[in-house]
Design a protein around this ligand. Structure first.
Ligand SMILES: [Zn+2]
Length: 553
């Protein structure tokens, strides 16, 4: 009778991003992925959001390894935050460990980190588990499906995946091994990517995108081509590079993450671009437009990335203008549409022709659609299924798909962040729900709590501060009351409002001092209340009001 195995979901079930799953046996823990999520406009000043690591902190001395499925930020992006707290070993494919190693060096964590590169099909012992790494196709090379051989049976975690039968590097998903495991000893539990569980059909193969791009390029002869895609999408970079070079163009790579990823992949021999075809961006103006192909970051409209800079006309080395072609070889991540199209509009405003996935097939999803998910479920045919990596609506649709494929309805378990799923001799069940919160990170890596964030949102209407200086016995006003504000009203409005408010405050504070309730607390209370009423009555706005009583001799 083996002890139970417990799986704790620390992020990525209920949202797209910050993926993290912990698997525990007899108190020993392995972690799969520690990704980040980018904030939306309701989170001012937040840089990134991480998985909730409180469960891991409770097991800090018993973490045997962090396994990274692939080199996307929503799976690997939190690795330095993880390693700063937990001294442990990292496992992943060559490219994944290349990207992890770069982050580890940047975070100066080399001394306390051990990176293990695992080849396709290999099994390594991590803590109490044998962990097998299978090749799986996705939009970054070297993605792995993780098979955990546990005392409670085989657990399959797909990571992100699609089923691309003709990937650029020929490295196809190892469905045969999954079928083999399914037949013997059988798969106890499958956890699989749900991102596209709502979408019918199959995603287009990456090589088909190459064919579309190959058809497009001759139409741009004599013009500069600026192609933007995810820096991690190295197969896309390879295809664009191959086509551009065949057209006699020289490549200019721009953007920090693009340069880093290309360097790592070229060092590993996974990306083949001859040195003679590459030039630094400050040489771009030495070339005729028809000899140039820029490959850059910023396809999601990120404000600091190259494309947004070009759109704003403030890139140091070159600018976009008439006769240039900008190719957005990407699709906006849900939530990014506005910023992407703001960039597109600005580029069009500069006279460029912008080609994007809404017009021609210059992008394909890296996530399995429903027909591909069926192929996976058919190959694995698990005893139990937990959909992961997605918002609740995607998880539910994926669970329903598994049931349609023949799984017992009570064997498809929809979880949320903080859920603990237990595998024991009686079966697999949702056993516990831990409290869960987003870990907001801002500035130099410090954590931010939800109350501070709520204050920041409240300050969207500005802030008003009323202050007064009184003597030690709170019996006499020495200076003020004075009102200062930011973001509440225009200068012209303030010229009228502030003197009137200060006069009103002077009157109410005077009344407090001459009454029998005088005291610092009471003065502060009337300052705040009077200011709040005045601001709301005169301007119908509700900025946060601060009151401050200063004491002097
Ligand atoms: Zn991914």
């Amino acid at each position: 009778m083996p002890a139970p195995v417990t799986i704790t979901h620390l992020g990525g079930v209920g949202e797209v991003g910050r993926n993290c799953t912990a698997i525990e046996y007899k108190g020993r823990v392995i972690v799969i992925d520690f990704g980040l999520m980018f904030p939306d406009s309701s989170m001012p000043g937040v840089d990134v959001i991480l998985p909730d690591d409180r469960y891991l902190l409770d097991h800090a001395d018993s973490i045997d390894g962090l396994i990274i499925t692939h080199a996307h930020e929503d799976h690997i992006g939190g690795v330095t935050h993880f390693l700063a707290k937990f001294e442990t070993e990292l496992y992943g494919s060559a490219l994944t460990m290349g990207v992890a190693g770069h982050k580890v060096s940047e975070g100066r964590l080399d001394e306390r980190t051990w990176l293990h590169t695992v080849a396709d099909g290999d099994t390594v012992k991590v803590g109490p588990f044998d962990v097998e790494f299978l090749p799986i196709t996705h939009s970054v090379p070297g993605s792995n499906c993780i098979v955990v051989h546990s005392p409670q049976g085989v657990i399959v975690h797909t990571g992100d995946f699609k089923i691309d039968e003709t990937p650029v590097d020929g490295r196809v998903t190892d469905l045969n091994r999954l079928r083999e495991l399914s037949a013997n000893p059988g798969v106890r539990l499958l956890m699989a990517d749900s991102t596209n569980a709502d979408l019918p059909g199959s995603s287009v193969s990456e090589t088909e995108i190459g064919a579309t791009l190959r058809d497009l390029f001759p139409g741009y002869r004599g013009r500069r081509v600026i192609a933007s895609c995810f820096a991690s999408h190295l197969h896309r970079v390879q295809q664009i590079a191959d086509i551009a070079i065949a057209e006699g163009r020289t490549l200019f790579l721009v953007g920090r993450s693009m340069l880093n990823n290309v360097r790592i992949a070229r060092d590993l021999g996974m990306l083949k671009i001859p040195e003679r075809s590459l030039e630094p961006i400050d040489k771009i103006n030495d070339y005729e437009p028809g000899q140039v192909c820029v490959i850059c970051t910023g396809s999601q409209g990120e404000p600091q990335a190259v494309l947004a800079r070009l759109a704003a006309g403030d890139h140091r080395d070159f600018s976009v203008g008439e006769s240039d072609v900008v190719l957005l070889s990407s699709h906006p991540i849900p939530g990014n549409e506005r910023s992407v199209f703001a960039v597109v509009n600005a580029l069009v405003g500069r006279g460029a022709e912008v080609v994007h996935s809404g017009q021609v097939k210059v992008h394909t999803s890296g996530h399995a659609k429903r027909d591909e998910l069926k192929v996976l479920h058919d190959a694995v045919s698990p005893e139990y299924f937990v959909p992961i990596e997605g918002e609740l609506r995607m998880l539910r649709r994926h669970a329903d798909l598994a049931i349609e494929q023949g799984l017992d309805a009570d064997h498809a378990i929809v979880v949320s962040d903080g859920s603990q799923v237990v595998l024991d001799d009686n079966g697999v069940r949702l056993a516990n729900q831990l409290p869960h919160r987003y870990r907001y990170v801002h500035g130099s890596g410090d954590l931010l709590d939800a109350d501070v964030l709520a204050d920041r949102r409240a300050m969207a209407e500005g802030v008003v501060l009323a202050t007064v200086t009184v003597n030690k016995s709170a019996s006499r006003v020495l200076a003020g009351p004075t009102v200062v504000s930011k973001g509440w009203a225009t200068d012209d409005e303030l010229d009228k409002l502030v003197p009137a408010l200060e006069a009103e405050l002077s009157r109410v504070v005077g009344a407090v001092l001459s009454g029998d309730k005088a005291g610092f607390k009471e003065i502060e209370r009337v300052l705040r209340r009077t200011t709040g009423r005045f601001v709301s009555h005169k301007t119908r706005r509700r900025p946060p009001i601060m009151a401050l009583v200063q004491i002097a001799d």
